[in-house]
Design a protein around this ligand. Sequence first.
Ligand SMILES: [Cu+2]
Length: 137
Amino acid sequence: MAKMKPLVMLLIMCVVFMGALIEVSTATDYTLTWSMTSNAKAWGESQKFTMGDTITFVYQPFHDVLEVSESAYESCSAVNPLSAYTGGRTTIALTAPGPRYFICGVQGHCPLMKLAINVASSSSPPPTSSSSSSSSL
Ligand SMILES: [Cu+2]
């Protein structure tokens, strides 16, 4: 029988260990440079978001972050956004599964500054989520 070289063993252990790390770390904070040139749309399509993750928009203060409906996202409409954020740094918590849509409300920016994501439901079972509407104190 051929003995496995220690280096090979070590490599296998590393791969297993890293795999375990990825599984354990559930919440991820994604940082997005929110600018005319950062191509947020492509970035959003390349990432995999899961419930519990957060996205931090980092931007120049003359931009803003508007969370909008899908139709407003498609048409770049900044009228009546679901939420509006300013200040240069905005962290969005992805607390529910499903699609989310963000645009910059500054006129002319949206075609370049738009982000659509789809949040996957958490793979691990949620801890004691009693969804009863009755308030039992
Ligand atoms: Cu902008």
